[in-house]
Design a protein around this ligand. Structure first.
Ligand SMILES: *Cc1c(COP(=O)(O)O)cnc(C)c1O
Length: 427
């Protein structure tokens, strides 16, 4: 899995034993491989090279400024969804001309912030936002450059909570009404429609939604141009799936094969907004077993990471591969099918310390017998892991470490109890 590999029955991140990182920085601990982050960005850059795309790393997938800085150093721009993400992208070395700004409820303050720093495109998600942005920009004597986000109305593709392009989600303008919205602002000062945007959902392990979305996009672009809007950009969003279970991810070339022809037909510049594809398999969450117990006919492993550190299993029914950092000799170090029963394992519920029945990472997972102090690795947690963490149950947030070759460095320190009350007014 990228640069996470077992050597002599011990998990390594690049050239550093994961157990050494847990001993040095404590658990729960997010560990990232710098080489995997950069490789994943490069795989996309190469697959789409023919279109000279602007690859805007979706900073919501992993917002640590060190990771964003790495992305900027290697040629990425940023997809931001809030003023806070815009702040992070700029702090990390991003520049406005490489930033696109999405979100269904951008406030006046956020629109002004985007205008202040000259974002390349506002991805506008409603008629009301289009007019509001036009008015604000005009009052500043500016013209906001806009990509209209279209909801291409495709069949369901992912979990109901992460599908963004079926009819009836809150995202974008309906494909049936987008042309009317565009016509209304033709020639209106303050706004110039320069692109078409879509983000279909995530994670997508199939090329068909992109083929269908792009085909609809090309038609809409032709209509917009007929109206007189000089469309320059086609933004196909993110959503490229990754391997959570086996080897289910598609190579970027498969997505490129259906997207590049549409880009060529449209004569547009291509923008992409990948997040998960870059960061997902570049991170693991390390945790330590505190207790094991048997109750109600089930076997529980209670470890020190919880739903406040990683909420995907309970929020999306998401699957993460979980395996010991140093597996015993009678089980494989990297079972090809990590859901199958095999000798030396037993059905286990991996749970955390939070006071919620929903605080689990896996149910009925076949794992070797574990005992106190054993370390577990929860794989594919580099995207939508730390960014969705919280202080629920007054648990300080985990630390984050970046590994590069033999080097490792803290990129976010573990929170302390004092941090928990830092923003509260003193009693
Ligand atoms: C979340 C999001 C992305 C990134 O999705 P990934 O699955 O992480 O690639 C891109 N664009 C928009 C508008 C998003 O909301």
């Amino acid at each position: 899995m990228g640069h996470f590999q077992y050597r002599d029955r011990a998990l390594y991140c690049e050239d550093v034993p994961a157990a050494d990182l847990a001993a040095r920085y404590g658990t729960p601990l997010y560990v990232y491989s710098q080489s995997t982050l950069v490789d994943n960005l490069k795989r996309l850059q190469e697959a789409f090279a023919a279109a000279e795309p602007i690859i805007c790393f979706s900073i919501k997938s992993n917002f640590n400024t060190h990771i964003a800085h790495l992305m900027a150093q290697h040629g990425a721009g940023f997809d931001v969804t809030s003023g806070g993400e815009l702040f992070r992208a700029l702090r990390a070395g991003g520049t406005g001309d490489r930033i696109v700004f999405a979100g269904v409820a951008k406030t006046d303050a956020e629109l002004n912030y985007g205008l202040d720093v000259g974002v390349r495109l506002f991805n506008v998600e409603s008629e009301a936002e289009l007019h509001r942005l036009a008015d604000i920009a005009a009052s500043r004597g500016q013209t906001a450059r806009v990509a209209l986000r279209v909801n291409p109305s495709l069949p369901p593709k992912t979990h109901v909570k992460t599908d963004t392009s079926v009819r009836g989600t809150k995202f974008g303008l309906d494909i049936e009404t987008i042309l009317d919205a565009a016509r209304e602002v033709l020639g209106k000062p303050g706004v110039a429609i320069a692109g078409l945007h879509m983000h279909l959902g995530s994670p997508i392990l199939d090329t068909k939604p992109y083929a269908d979305g792009a085909a609809r996009g090309v038609q809409v672009i032709a209509e917009l141009r007929r109206q007189g809007h000089p469309i320059e950009y086609l933004n196909m969003g993110g959503g490229f799936g990754i391997s959570y279970r086996k080897h289910e991810e598609l190579p970027p070339s498969a997505f490129a094969a259906v997207i590049l022809p549409a880009v060529r037909d449209s004569g547009c510049k291509l923008i992409l907004e990948p997040g998960r594809f870059i960061a997902g398999n570049a991170g693991v969450l390390l945790s330590r077993v505190i207790y094991t117990k048997d109750s109600g006919g089930r076997h529980f492993v209670c470890q020190d990471a919880g739903m406040n550190d990683l909420i995907r299993p309970t929020l999306y029914d998401a699957f993460h591969r979980i395996w010991p950092v140093t597996p015993p000799a009678d089980v494989p170090t990297w079972p090809d099918d990590c859901e199958a029963e095999m000798p030396g394992t037993r059905a286990t519920d991996v749970v955390g310390p939070v006071c919620e029945t929903g605080d689990f990472f896996a149910k009925d997972r076949y794992l070797p017998e574990l005992s106190r102090d054993d370390l577990l690795a929860v794989f594919s947690t580099g995207a939508y892991g730390m960014v969705m963490s919280s202080n629920y149950n007054s648990r300080p947030r985990a630390a984050e470490v970046m590994v590069h070759g033999r080097e490792h460095r803290l990129i976010r320190r573990r929170e302390t109890y004092e941090d928990l009350i830092r923003c509260e007014i003193e009693v």
